[in-house]
Every structure is written in C-alpha cells, then in structure tokens.
Design a protein around this ligand. Structure first.
Ligand code: BG6
Ligand code: MG
Length: 226
C-alpha cells in the first residue's frame, strides 16, 4: 500500500465563499460604475486577490493608479470580511466533514492548500482549523496558482513526495497547479470545466472511503485517464 496524503483547496471545496467574494467585488464594480455578473465572478475562482482585481478592472475597462488599486484591495477585503466573520460550521459544504472523518479513520493526513489570505480565519469560523495537519495559504506563497508552489509546500508539510499527494480542487488554475506538481488531481464541480483533472466528482458527497483506499494502491498518476 502506498502512503498518501491529501491537500484541500478551501473556497469551493470545503466552504462556498465565492458568493461572498462576488458580493464584495460587485460592490466595488458598482462604485466604479460598471456591471459585474455572477458569470464574471467565475473568472476569479482560484485566482489571487491581486489578480482578481486586475481581471475585474479589465471587465470594466477601468485603469487605476497603483495607489488606488491598493486602496480598493483593502476596502474589498474589509467588505468580504464582514461576511466571513458571520460564517459558522453550517456553511461547511456537503460531504466535507464526512470526508475528513473518513480520512481520519484511515489514518491519512491532510493539509490546506489555498490561495486565500483569509484561509486560517475561515477555517476557524467553521471550526475546522484544528483538524488540518498544516495550512498553506495566500500568505505562504510567492507565486499564485496555477503555479504549483502552494501544493509543493503542502507536500513538504505532509512529509510526502508530490506523487503521494491527492489534491481536491474546484478551480481550473488549481487543477493545473496539482497536475504540474505531479499530484493526483480531483476536480470538484463541473466535469467539463475541470476536464484536466485525473478524477471528477460533482461534490464531496460522492467521495467514498473505498475510492480513497483505491488511491493508496494506485502505482501511477493518470493511469486511468484515456
Ligand atoms: C481563492 C478564491 O481561494 O482565494 C479566489 O477562489 C480568491 O476567488 C482567492 O480571490 C484569494 O482570496 P483572499 O481571501 O485572499 O482575498
Ligand atoms: Mg477553490
């Protein structure tokens, strides 16, 4: 049996914070005088805060000074934090707690690998912080997803080689980062969007203990991909 460890993305895998990011970014777009839709918000998933602002400004065709950008990054996050600090364990996505329980029962360790600088706060809000063997977040990396840095640091925290790590991700950039890191990528969400993943599931309720066990006996990544 192969020793494995798991790296979880946070937003969109363990909790649905995209709706709060949306509200906070939409506030900024309203302030700047252009429309920002839920479809636009899809483009920001998995993307760093700074890059999200650049994408938003492109959508609105707005150019800003560096100073103004910094100001809006702060005000957007302040707005976002108003929602985050109201979060509780009831906002954990279906299947997430059960999957952590199953990993605990199998003796498989897991860490967080998130682009969010708010990740520790969010995990504390939903009472999951203590369960993770390590946290890698937006404060720990110099390069954002799709760069594999966040997951490679996660593998180090697990004391495992990249090929022993399983990554759960809901964003294209995250699946790409996991694949580049030579880890097993599991796409959570729309299969067509995440077709680069080694495995696809609609949500975490679909992950069974037997699937996790199967991963411990697989010799190579992607051997089941056609
Ligand atoms: C990712 C989200 O997890 O974190 C992105 O999917 C977000 O939408 C990014 O932009 C950064 O988050 P934060 O909390 O540092 O602004
Ligand atoms: Mg995500």
């Amino acid at each position: 049996m192969k020793k494995i460890g798991v790296i979880f993305d946070l937003d969109g895998v363990i909790v649905d914070t995209a709706k709060y990011h949306f509200l906070a970014w939409k506030d900024l777009a309203d302030h700047l005088g252009f429309e920002f839709t839920e479809a636009h918000n899809e483009l920001l998933k998995g993307v760093s805060r700074v890059r999200s602002l650049e994408i938003l400004l492109d959508i609105g065709n707005v150019e800003l000074s560096e100073e103004k950008k910094q100001e809006f990054l702060i005000s957007k996050n302040e707005e976002y934090l108003k929602y985050i600090t109201e979060m509780g364990p009831e906002e954990i996505l279906p299947g997430a707690s059960e999957l952590l329980d199953a990993l605990d029962a199998l003796g498989i360790q897991y860490v967080l690998g998130s682009a969010s600088k708010n990740a520790p706060l969010i995990l504390k809000q939903v009472n999951l912080y203590e369960r993770f063997a390590g946290i890698v977040d937006g404060n720990s990396v110099s390069k954002a997803k799709p760069d594999p840095e966040v997951f490679l640091i996660g593998a180090k925290k697990l004391n495992l080689k990249p090929e022993q790590c399983i990554v759960f991700e809901d964003a294209i950039a995250g699946v790409e980062a996991a694949n580049t890191a030579n880890m097993i990528s599991i796409g959570i969400g729309d299969e067509k969007t995440l077709h680069e993943a080694d495995f696809n599931f609609k949500d975490l309720t679909e992950i069974s203990s037997s699937f996790i066990k199967e991963l411990t006996i697989r010799k190579e990544k992607k051997e089941q991909r056609i």
